[in-house]
Design a binder for this molecule. Structure first.
Ligand SMILES: Nc1nc2c(c(=O)[nH]1)N[C@H]1C(S)=C(S)[C@@H](COP(=O)(O)OP(=O)(O)OC[C@H]3O[C@@H](n4cnc5c(=O)[nH]c(N)nc54)[C@H](O)[C@@H]3O)O[C@H]1N2
Ligand SMILES: Nc1nc2c(c(=O)[nH]1)N[C@H]1C(S)=C(S)[C@@H](COP(=O)(O)OP(=O)(O)OC[C@H]3O[C@@H](n4cnc5c(=O)[nH]c(N)nc54)[C@H](O)[C@@H]3O)O[C@H]1N2
Ligand code: SF4
Ligand SMILES: [Mo]
Length: 736
């Protein structure tokens, strides 16, 4: 049957149980394939090219040999994270699937660590080798000497294994190098994170949106970018605070090119202006917050005049922005940001952002932030026994009282190096490129040197993976199940990942690898009982959704969970110690931290040096997509942004090759300069993720440079343990 709009609608109507709502987004994999007839399948799944987990639909056809081939990826119209579209990276998932450089078979190291010599082995040999080594290490050092670093879905399954072994030494790059700092600060203020899968910012209904950093449009989180565009189209005022004229700044009504590291001064001054001009939401503050008088007193010192000097911004702009916020409150939002690991005092900056939202009454208000969705998801572990208590207290929170449960990667790394308080000798590295993700990569190398066993679970031969003793190749997200996902939209829902095609080469899903290792370690009761799909079906039943529905549509909503705003019968719950929004935090005071944020200046560059800033390329995700043919063709390398006047003083032309040397005499390059007026004179900027050292990544190898090589110093946030990374300075050396 040929595909026609009429047939499509007919089948659409059929599959929706006979009810077809005009213009309602609709998707059914089965109905669509039937409508097109013959040689094609549609598989709804979730993208993993980044962590926004958009609903994607894979179109699968048979090639001339009858083999399944993914020919197209598109956005699922039902899914709130994609709204029918995928970003460039999402569409380029096919490039990852068919990348000839992928890890194809399990490998065991034969040469010296890092020299790239491996033998290919069977899965049984690789897993037996790993299990035997782990047993030896545990016999000698105890189960706590087994650890994991991770980012993303493979970590879930290895968390199960490491915990079942009796260790709690597990850390995710998403905490200390990313959003953990912000989350902890918001939990201290509101008793909630500003979002888990996505930030709960009501952009499309907002009248004033403030972005500090948060370079939407380059930071390409699909639905958020689409809503930002909608907000711009609706005429929302965008106030963009960024030392660089970012893509978001180009859409802004006010660009504030702030002196890097001084955002907290600006935020506290705004709070002062808003309170002293009585522009805050008085009834909201009265009803929902505590500590207003202490806040008012504490911010009095931050005058616009002082702020202008400290931040290097025009005083009139500072005041105008505060008044705009007051004028349009509560339909305003100070975006909480995501990557918060900036200067080492980042929890207090994040607190100031949370507090500003609170006094404007934005939490739970239209155009501010929607409330945490109240969809109920039963906890589900498929009958597995409880984990044993860790053999020794985990080290992963260090001495940071508000480090979250996700662990601090750099503290785990330090422990591996020092062996204190106890030795950690085995490390699973699951879906993270440690050498690129953690600051001070020399320390990462040192830690790797101290391991008796490093196991990489990856899809690509990254430099980190190629340091491992055993490499266990995972299949890509288009070849595997990964469980059902809670999606925290305005209405809660459930998404799914399911394979579009069978795994290529000899790759396996992480759930299978971890489960087989459980068996080999004598932990059969923690292994998957039958198949992962069967487990997902039981999970769907526990959550009260029909598995077949989720599998066919890719996304289903939880009825009755759509209560995004505060109303008389939808009151917010604040899970703080006081049960209120804490403008003053007694919990922080108890730990001798400032209960109301205070401004602390950040060290600036010496003469002739520039602060190194970094961010995102819209068409790449960190280092993981650089080798993807489709994306590599769009952007094969990064460049260094330098202000035009500085370039003139240095005698540099646009696109000229330079080297960069940091304060510790580490040099990278050559790299091209982008001479531009779009950045302040005291800093340079590059996108993160380039400069791959692994020769097996044939396209990405040594294209562009790696910001992390220059990040030899980091400043730890004393509250959360987050690693501020914008505390490095570089000088520019002309290439001969
Ligand atoms: N395309 C793409 N999108 C992504 C990702 C990706 O890899 N690729 N990664 C995702 C992830 S995990 C994260 S955490 C987010 C990160 O993205 P964001 O949370 O947006 O990251 P930021 O560090 O806030 O933003 C970088 C911007 O901060 C500016 N900046 C630098 N220093 C300062 C300063 O002192 N003050 C101010 N006000 N601005 C400053 C830089 O010029 C740059 O424009 O992106 C997400 N989106
Ligand atoms: N200098 C600097 N450091 C940073 C940042 C920065 O901007 N600058 N950003 C920070 C932030 S916000 C974050 S979130 C972290 C990100 O840190 P990471 O998530 O570690 O980022 P990547 O460098 O992309 O490394 C991802 C690894 O996972 C592998 N991988 C990809 N897909 C899969 C899969 O499906 N299965 C498995 N098993 N492996 C897979 C890739 O091949 C790659 O080796 O980095 C942080 N560190
Ligand atoms: S934002 Fe782009 S890369 Fe990220 S999940 Fe969505 S489509 Fe995939
Ligand atoms: Mo991140």
């Amino acid at each position: 049957m040929a595909f026609s709009r009429r047939n499509f609608l007919k089948y659409a109507a059929m599959s929706a149980g006979g009810t077809l709502i005009a213009d309602a987004p609709f998707f059914s994999a089965r109905a669509r394939a039937e409508a097109e007839g013959g040689n094609v399948r549609y598989v709804p799944t979730s993208c993993e090219m980044c962590f926004w987990k958009c609903g994607a639909i894979a179109k699968v056809e048979k090639d001339k040999d009858g083999k399944d081939v993914v020919v197209k990826l598109e956005g699922n119209p039902l899914h709130p994270q994609s709204m029918g579209r995928l970003c460039a990276r999402g569409q380029a998932g096919i490039g990852q699937l068919y990348d000839p450089d992928r890890l194809k078979r399990p490998m065991i190291r034969t040469g010296k660590r890092g020299d790239g010599k491996y033998k290919e082995v069977s899965w049984d040999e690789a897993l037996t080798y790993t299990a035997d080594k782990l047993k030896e290490i545990i016999a000698k050092n105890g189960p706590e000497s087994v650890s994991m670093m991770s980012h993303g879905s493979p970590g879930d399954y290895f968390t199960n294994l490491v915990k079942a072994l009796g260790s709690g030494n597990i850390a995710f790059a998403s905490f200390a190098q990313c959003k953990g700092i912000r989350d902890a600060a918001w939990e201290l203020t509101f008793g909630h994170k500003p979002g888990s899968s996505c930030e709960r910012v009501d952009l499309k209904n907002s009248r004033v949106i403030v972005l500090l950093g948060t370079h939407l449009g380059e930071n390409m989180h699909n639905s958020q970018t689409q809503e930002f565009a909608e907000a711009v189209g609706n005429g929302a005022k965008i106030i963009c605070v960024d030392p660089r004229y970012s893509t978001a700044a180009s859409k802004a009504s006010l660009w504030l090119p702030i002196k890097p590291g001084t955002d907290t001064a600006l935020l506290l001054t705004w709070i002062n202006i808003i309170i002293s001009e009585e522009l805050h939401d008085k009834a909201y503050v009265e009803q929902y917050t505590i500590g207003f008088e202490q806040l008012k007193e504490a911010v009095k010192q931050y005058t616009p005049e002082w702020c202008a000097k400290e931040t290097d911004l025009p005083e009139a702009d500072i005041v105008e922005a505060a008044r705009d916020l007051g004028r349009y409150a509560p339909h305003v939002v100070i975006h909480p940001g995501r990557h918060a690991a900036w200067y080492g005092n980042d929890a207090q900056r994040s607190r100031a952002m949370a507090i500003l939202n609170a006094i404007l009454g934005a939490w739970g208000r239209e155009g501010g932030m929607w409330l945490p969705a109240n969809g109920k998801f039963a906890s589900f572990n498929d009958g597995y026994p409880k984990y044993p208590d860790p053999a020794k207290p985990p080290v992963i929170k260090g001495d940071y009282p508000f480090a979250g449960g996700e662990g601090l990667t750099q503290v785990l790394r330090d422990t591996i190096i020092t062996g204190k308080p106890y030795p950690i000798k085995a490390l699973f590295v699951c879906g993270t490129d440690m050498l690129k993700a953690l600051p001070a990569p020399d320390l990462t190398r040192k830690a790797i040197d101290n391991l008796d066993l490093m196991i990489a679970v990856d899809i690509m031969p990254s430099e980190t993976a190629m340091m491992a003793d055993v490499i266990l190749p995972e299949c890509t997200y288009l070849e595997r199940h990964d469980g059902l996902f809670k999606v925290e939209a305005r209405q809660a829902g459930v998404g799914i990942r399911q394979p579009a095609i069978e795994p290529l080469h000899e790759t396996k899903p992480a759930w299978w690898i971890a489960s087989e290792l459980c068996k080999k370690m004598g932990l059969t009761e923690y292994a998957v009982k039958d198949s992962w799909e069967a487990r997902m079906k039981r999970q769907a039943a526990a959550w009260g959704v029909k598995y077949e529905d989720v599998a066919d549509k890719g996304y289903v909503t939880i009825p009755g969970s759509e209560k995004p705003y505060i109303t008389a019968d939808n009151q917010p719950e604040f899970k703080t110690t006081s049960g209120k929004i804490e403008l003053f935090s007694a919990d922080l005071e108890k730990h001798s931290f400032d209960p109301v944020p205070k401004y602390e200046p950040t060290e600036g560059p010496e003469q002739g040096m520039y602060r190194l800033l970094y961010g995102r390329s819209p068409v790449h995700t960190f280092s993981r997509t650089i080798n993807d043919q489709w994306l590599w063709e769009i952007q094969p390398e990064n460049e260094v942004w330098l202000n035009k006047k500085e370039a003139e003083a240095l005698g540099l032309k646009d696109r000229q090759l330079v080297k960069l040397e940091n304060q510790d005499k580490v040099t990278v390059g050559p790299v091209r300069v982008k001479v531009t007026e779009r950045i302040r004179r005291d800093c340079v900027y590059m996108v993160h993720g380039f400069g791959h050292n692994s020769p097996r990544l044939k396209r990405a190898h040594q294209r562009g440079v790696d910001d992390q090589q220059l990040i030899t110093r980091y400043k730890v946030d004393p509250i959360t343990g987050g690693t501020g990374m914008r505390v490095n300075f570089v000088k520019i050396i002309k290439e001969a």
